[in-house]
Design a protein around this ligand. Structure first.
Ligand code: ZN
Length: 379
């Protein structure tokens, strides 16, 4: 209890450090698809981590920004580290700052990526800094990925490898309201392509077999794969096809987003998609894709972490609830490996991926103190 009070005060004393560095990171724009931009953010954070006594290792990438692995605490410790998991990429293209600049107003801080998740990154650095000041030598690894917003294609294996040698994973994604996240749905993408037979809709109508029409029929079946009772949702979100209104379409396609609550449901969903058939025998259908993030199920290891966090939060003066979400994060990967994972330990705010993206200032110190207290407490 007393130690947690000291942690709180130490975090509070870092407020100006936090604010200054968060501003610099937000003003270093870092869209996932721009390697040079993401690398600028990576360089910035690597420099800060080294000033704080951390050891920076870069996993170089060609098509994305580098993956940044930062180690803190005693290198001689025989204890397995705790993995703090974050990302430096954002969904915002370069020059977003012109229309959405850093702005502090009425207890909120606005800016591209401030909530998702640059505040979480700076909170983590603040927490490890406070632990070092307090002489807590617990080894901590902070992994910052460059590609989370596009499904973590290059960082996934690194995340999984580091998680497997860690005691627990704390994910710095934003909170859900005020709650942390103990369950996330798994996420999949399927693509359906239908090939028909083209013909002139006036001259040769009867020779044509419309891929557009066939796709429309197939999508009715696809939509029926949704089963809310199982926590499974299937959304044909984008379609395309055809060339002109007076041509019977030879091609049509759809992109479908799938969310599942249980890992065991993945095989069933794959069977449903691959079992799709055309009604019109002259049309053919191709299905590609699959699950790219397994679900994070609410397992005992995660629940134990949550209970510990909840207790520490009470000692720090606030209530921490838990929530489930349909959105995926890199925590899905680590939880699916059976490593206790608690997500949503970053900032509190609203508008991730939206113009009004912001963090609420009053929650930053208590939540950063919670992170530090968790790092000190997990055995
Ligand atoms: Zn995020």
């Amino acid at each position: 209890m007393r130690q947690n009070h000291a942690v709180y005060e130490a975090v509070e004393a870092q407020w100006e450090w936090f604010r200054f560095h968060l501003r610099e990171l937000v003003e270093t724009e870092s869209p996932s698809d721009d390697k040079a931009a993401v690398d600028r953010a990576v360089n910035l954070v690597a420099g800060w981590a080294e000033e704080l006594g951390g050891l920076a290792k870069r996993h170089r990438q060609r098509d994305f920004g580098d993956v940044l692995e930062l180690r803190f605490g005693s290198a001689r410790s025989t204890r397995r580290p705790i993995l703090l998991l974050g990302h430096v990429d954002t969904v915002w293209p370069l020059s977003t700052l012109k229309s959405m600049p850093w702005r502090e107003q009425a207890g909120r801080i606005y800016g591209p990526g401030v909530l998702d998740m640059k505040a979480g990154v700076v909170m983590a650095l603040t927490a490890v800094q406070v632990l070092a000041e307090m002489n807590v030598r617990r080894p901590v690894t902070l992994l910052l990925n460059p590609d989370e917003e596009v499904g973590s294609p290059v960082s996934r294996l690194i995340t999984e490898r580091l998680a497997q040698s860690s005691d627990a994973v704390l994910v710095l994604e934003p909170a859900q309201g005020l709650a942390c996240k103990t369950a996330r749905k798994g996420v999949g993408d399927y693509r359906i392509e239908v090939t028909g037979v083209a013909s002139h809709s006036g001259v040769d109508f009867e020779r044509g077999h419309s891929a557009v029409l066939e796709l429309a029929r197939v999508l009715e079946k696809v939509a029926s794969f949704t089963d809310l009772r199982l926590g499974r949702t299937v959304n044909p979100g984008v379609i395309g096809g055809g060339t002109r209104a007076n041509v019977i379409a030879a091609h049509a396609w759809a992109e479908v987003d799938v969310r599942i609550s249980k890992a065991a449901d993945a095989a069933k969903v794959a069977r449903l998609f691959h079992g799709l058939k055309c009604d019109d025998p002259a049309c053919t259908l191709k299905v590609t894709g699959g699950l790219n993030r397994p679900p994070m199920e609410r397992k005992p290891g995660t629940v134990a972490l949550y209970k510990q966090a909840r207790k520490l939060a009470v000692e720090l003066g606030f209530t921490l609830d838990e929530a489930a979400t349909g959105g995926g994060s890199d925590g899905n990967f680590t939880a699916a490996l059976g490593i206790p994972t608690l997500d949503g330990l970053g900032a509190v705010g609203e508008g991730a991926h939206a113009m009004h993206e912001h963090v609420v200032v009053e929650h930053i110190v208590p939540r950063t103190a919670l992170l530090a207290a968790m790092l000190a407490a997990i055995d």
